[in-house]
Design a protein around this ligand. Structure first.
Ligand SMILES: [Zn+2]
Length: 190
């Protein structure tokens, strides 16, 4: 039976690297995979998944209103060797899209591997992650560390001078801010 997986972590833990390695493992065994990612500033089209260690691969990007179940049904009818759907930046999925992923698993029997961060820079859950944490068959944590050595679970947004930013939109496009992964204690102190 196929399953819905949610690989979750803080920022900069290497999610995209793990995704691309999993895709490679399928392909090495002669199986076809579908790579997709929500587009926050683009519409449907060709996008790319980049990992910080230099690997990248083409991925289909899609808008919030895009129906994943319809799209994957069509792809499956044309690609008999398609054995896995992998989704990067899964925190940006809508609730409806997470439900569509569950239907892809349950009705089309296709494994779905999703990768995303749990919460934003204010410690609030992302919509996609909230429903994946609720609906996934398997939750897998990809770990990274805070500067203190404890596991980092939170994401602090910082400006160019390294100062924490407390207010702003959940998703910022094209800004100069960066993120630092921290344990909960240091996130609260920041
Ligand atoms: Zn810490």
């Amino acid at each position: 039976m196929a399953k819905l997986y949610f690989y979750y972590s803080a920022m900069n833990a290497g999610k995209s690297t793990v995704l691309l390695q999993s895709a490679y493992n399928y392909k090495e065994r002669g199986m076809d995979v579908l790579l997709m990612a929500p587009a926050i500033d683009k519409r449907f089209g060709v996008g790319k998944i980049h990992s910080r260690i230099g690997l990248s691969a083409e991925a289909v990007s899609f808008a919030p209103a895009f129906d994943l179940f319809d799209y994957v049904s069509q792809e499956l009818s044309q690609r008999p060797m398609l054995k896995c759907l992998l989704i990067d930046e899964a925190q940006f999925l809508t609730k409806a899209q997470v439900l569509q992923l569950a239907d892809i698993v349950d009705q089309l029997n296709l494994p779905v591997l999703t990768y995303g961060i749990r919460s934003d820079f204010q410690g609030e859950p992302f919509e996609g992650s909230m429903y994946l944490l609720t609906l996934a068959d398997n939750l897998v944590e990809i770990k990274t560390v805070c500067h203190c050595g404890k596991k980092a679970t939170m994401n602090t947004r910082i400006d160019e001078a390294g100062r924490p930013i407390k207010v702003g939109d959940q998703i910022q496009i094209g800004g100069n801010e960066r993120y630092v992964s921290m344990c909960r204690k240091h996130f609260k102190e920041a």
